[in-house]
Structure formats: C-alpha cells, structure tokens
Design a protein around this ligand. Structure first.
Ligand code: FAD
Length: 404
C-alpha cells in the first residue's frame, strides 16, 4: 500500500509549525511529508519592519529551513508554487509538479492595495526579505544622494507611510529611530526630514485600546512623525502621493512612499477557485475547507470568525502558529485513520506593537502595558516564536537579548 503524501505549501509560521510537529507525531512509514517554499530560508514576517527601516539586519530575521526540519523525515523542495489544481490534487511549481493526498496551504498574504492607482508601481512594501532590503537601500540612497546634488531636492527627505495599523505604526517606530542615524551618517539637518503617516480610518491602530493609541501616537509625534488621520491616499505617482480629506485634494511630494495598510490572502488561493473573501478562505473548525476534506488552509490564507464580535480575527502570526499545531494533530489523525479531529480555538494571549527599540504598547493577558515593560514583552514574544519552531538553539542564534 502506498504511503499517503502530505504536502505543505509555505514555510512561514503556520507551515513550519505544522511540519515540525508532524515530523514528530507520525512515523517514517506512515506518510511522506513534503514542504515547499520559495526560498531555502524562513523569515520572521513580524520583524520585517525592522529590516525595512534598517534597524536590524535582514540576516537576523531569517534562518535556513534545513536547520529546523528533520531532513530524514521531510522532503524540502525549494520552489515557487504557481497553481493549485484542487480537483486533480496537483500542485504546479515553477520547476515541476507535485501530487498530494493531503494538502496544507500556508502561503501567507499579499499586499492589498484596494485598487489605488500607482501603489503597485511606486510604493514600497514590507512583505518579505527582498522588499524589506530594497526599501532599506532606497531610504539610504535618498539620504546619500541629497548632498551630492547641486540643486537640493528636499522631497528626497520626505517619507510617506500609508497606513497607521499595526505594521505602519511598528515601521514608523523604527523609522523614527533610524532617521537620526541616517542624518548623522550623511550630514543632513534632521529638520529637513519629514515622516508623514496617512491613514484613512478615523484613528490610528484601529481596534486597539484608545489609551494605548494615544500613547503610541504621542510617542511617534514627539519623534517627529506627522499624522494625517481620516485622510485617504487617492493615487501614488513617481513623485509622491495625492491624498483627499473631506473632498480636499492635496499632493505630497515624497522620495519614498511605503504602503503598509493591509493584506489579503495569497492570490494563489483565489486562483485555485476556493470560495474566499479577499483571498482568505473560511475554514471548518478542524481547519479543512468545506467540500475538500483533504485540504487544510491556515495562517493568513484562512478566515476564522471571532464569535464574540462576529467579525474575522485579524491575520496574525500568533494564530498561524496555533493553527499549525492543530493542523499537524489533525493530519496525524487522517493519515492513521484513527483518533478524533481537534477543533481549532484561538487562544489570544495578547498583542504588543513595538514603537522602536525600547518602547511599545500592548495588551498582555488582559492587562495594558506600555514603555520598556511592553518592549521587553515584545522581545519575549519574538523569542518565543523562535523557541516554538526551533527550540533553545534557535533562540540563542537569532533571539533578541538587548532589552534596555
Ligand atoms: P508567512 O509567515 O508570511 O509565511 C508564508 C510563507 O510562504 C513564506 O515563507 C513565503 O516565502 C512562502 N510563499 C509565499 N508565496 C509562495 C509561493 N508562491 N511559493 C512558495 N512559497 C511561497 N502578527 C502577530 O501575531 N504579531 C505581531 O507582532 C505581528 N507583527 C507584524 C509586523 C509586520 C511588519 C508584518 C508585515 C506582519 C506582522 N504580523 C504580526 C502578522 C504576521 O506576520 C502574519 O500574520 C504571519 O506571518 C502569517 O503567517 P503565515 O504562516 O500565514 O505566513
């Protein structure tokens, strides 16, 4: 009898937890496990704002997948998923094809630009190692170029961040620390630099406690960030952005525009023909897709409803990792044909948004925290994610230990 083939797409938080758990849960003879990922490394998506601003080197945010998985148990394929043919149970890769009996889709998200003209072409994203490295280099280039030009272009030193949600705020925190360093390095008067955050919603950090929002906004304002709240980006051009507030249009010239205002599920999921909302598929309590009992979808590609408020949970690493645990257990049940499938129940331990190296805001175990205490907790959360995937040795290699 042929062993069932389990294929996991994406080695992000959800995918890696699934594989590292599954390789322990089932024996060599019970199933073949294949993990597919675009790169031979995993990156900490939740740290990309640091790599993008240049406050943490991108190599600190990634590690090799082969060092984490049991290579005698898992067949790792470094390739790009191009298409999921769900009815034929086939995966089309850039350089080949795979067949599966059980599939886990954990391909993360894509930026959501809401159809705003020019964003795809001209704005930078905080999406993966490549985009973060490019943004960091671009920022530095603007500063390095400024003093070389006879006619100084002040716009080079204007940085626009679209979105004051979680990612936008965390990026602004890093940027506000990075800009003084860049000014010193390139002999630029700090006053010439403008950091402008544009947010369409009526307040920053939607969904966060108002007191914490105020703390975050005040902190960033003190560090020189200008907020344009209730203001929508209408267009992004080579020269900057066009915004609108109460039907008043304004053009803001900027050397750098960063789009950090939203994500949708990976487009591959939509293209596969699963019923979805902005690329996210509503999964059953056991994390499988309705009508496709052999397909699990987890992480940013999955949609689960928070019954308390009857709205979807926001996509987070916290949930992706917890789903990975459930997914591995349920796969083991299916492969063996015995045992009970587990229902996924998110256990939200808290949310902390960093505001640079030594400040943060958040709610942990139901309690509000700010300042160095919150910042310490944020680093513990970051270290915990490493621990969950790769144990103490990964924490020692990549962990954050500079606390104050
Ligand atoms: P990911 O971890 O993004 O992994 C997806 C993987 O799939 C990647 O390895 C990618 O290379 C791979 N992949 C994608 N497409 C293909 C393809 N076509 N072929 C092959 N491989 C592919 N969440 C929190 O809980 N707490 C936080 O503090 C937090 N902070 C954040 C800060 C920032 C700056 C950002 C951007 C996000 C933050 N998030 C946070 C959200 C969190 O990062 C995501 O929810 C989480 O990464 C989702 O996990 P995932 O496993 O679904 O996808």
């Amino acid at each position: 009898l042929r062993k069932p083939r389990v294929v996991v797409l994406g080695a992000g938080y959800g995918g890696l937890i699934t594989v590292t758990r599954l390789q322990k849960l089932i024996g060599v003879n019970e199933a073949d496990i294949t993990l597919v990922n675009k790169n031979d490394y995993h990156y900490e998506t939740t740290w990309l704002h640091e790599a993008s601003a240049g406050t943490l080197h991108h190599d600190k945010c990634r590690y090799e997948i082969k060092d984490i998985i049991d290579n005698s148990r898992v067949n790792f394929v470094k390739d790009t998923v191009v298409e999921i043919k769900k009815d034929e149970k086939k995966i089309v890769l850039a350089q080949g094809e795979l067949e599966y009996d059980y599939l886990v889709i954990s391909l993360g998200s894509n930026p959501e630009t809401f159809g705003i003209k020019g964003l795809k072409e001209y704005a930078f994203g905080i999406t993966n190692i490549n985009s973060s490295r490019q943004l960091r280099e671009h920022l530095e280039y603007q500063f390095a170029t400024y003093n070389t030009e006879e006619h100084k272009q002040e716009d080079r030193l204007v940085i626009v961040v679209g979105g004051a949600g979680f990612t936008g705020i965390e990026f602004l925190g890093e940027l506000a620390n990075r800009v003084p360093e860049l000014c010193r390095e390139y002999d630029i008067d700090h006053k010439k630099v403008r950091i402008i955050c544009v947010e369409a919603a009526p307040n920053a950090l939607p969904g966060f406690d108002p007191e914490l929002v105020e703390y975050a906004v005040n902190h960033l304002q003190r560090k020189g960030v200008e907020f344009k709240i209730g203001t929508a980006i209408k267009e992004c051009t080579e020269d900057g952005i066009v915004v609108a507030k109460d039907d008043q249009m304004e053009e803001i010239k900027a050397g750098t525009v960063v789009w950090a205002a939203g994500v949708r599920g990976n487009s591959i999921v939509e293209e596969a023909g699963f019923e979805n909302m902005r690329g996210r598929v509503k999964v059953k309590p056991d994390l499988r897709v309705e009508g496709h009992d052999e397909v699990f979808i987890i992480g940013d590609c999955a949609l689960i409803i928070n019954e308390e408020i009857n709205r979807p949970f926001p996509p987070t690493a916290q949930i992706a990792m917890q789903q990975g645990e459930t997914c591995a257990k349920n796969l083991a049940v299916l492969v063996r044909g015995q045992g009970e499938m587990e229902e996924f129940k998110p256990d939200i331990k808290g949310t902390v948004a960093s505001l640079g190296e030594s400040d943060a805001v958040g709610v942990v175990f139901g309690k509000k925290v700010v300042g160095t205490k919150a910042s310490f907790m944020k680093k513990m959360i970051d270290n915990r994610a490493l621990f969950m995937v790769g144990g103490p040795s990964l924490v020692l290699k990549k962990g954050k230990f500079k606390f104050f």
